[in-house]
Design a protein around this ligand. Sequence first.
Ligand code: DGL
Length: 281
Amino acid sequence: VRNTTIGVFDSGFGGLTVLKALLEVIPDAEYLYFGDTARLPYGSKSVETVARYAREAARFLEQQGAELLVIACNTATALALEQIRQAASVKVLGVIEPGAQRASAASQSRKVVVVGTEATISSHAYQKALAAVQIESREKACPLLVPLVEEGWVEHAVTEQVARIYLDEAFCDGFSSADVLLLGCTHYPLLKPILHRVVPENVTLVDSAESVALAALNLMVSGTSNAEPGQLDGVKTLGVRLSDPSHLRFFVTDSVEKFRRLGTRFLGQEIRDITHVDLKE
Ligand code: DGL
């Protein structure tokens, strides 16, 4: 897997949580990250619009030399994965299937609550992927959480209150026995401490960022993206190449400065090599 070029696509900053997970699992790859910051958020847009943006981004990453595409954005995966696959000539991995598989491995009660943007939830892409692995799901759109994370309020009483309201509404009635909360949005891994506090005690948080990183590793090593539960913990010891960011290149459609500032919070390390790009519509 050394020197393989992986293209990571997201609507903006959030996909850096996926890049962070990829760096832990596949530290030796070369990474091209595309953040469509001028056109975010995707989470409130239509299928047609998101699919067009995503195809353009995929084409750009391929032109830059990506040999595998990871669609970090849950909304783009939910709305346009098939269209991206058709437009691309390299393998394309989305976050939803790996997330659903990991949720299935973690659930005893076979009931899972999924949270995501308005567009992801109304597509029911997670519900379908979970049904395919015999999991009953309740989907809950949490549109206020993305702006709160981007504001930096990841440990804030207001965010905790908002999360509590959303999740109390989800973990009730038939779903009070749900034992997994599937984080179906790039921004939510940053809210793990708060989310742990507001869900019932026995609930496991499953992060689609970690799941897709493991699926990418499996795809590169064995040609299949089927993630074995628990495998990630072992490969994590490979470590992060924190000291050498030369294998990371970033492309954004809006301000380079803003990406550097906000992105550091998502990636947990300084972001250096950022290029502004304009995509033709
Ligand atoms: N990246 C999006 C997702 O994971 C969240 C931000 C947006 O709406 O663009 O669904």
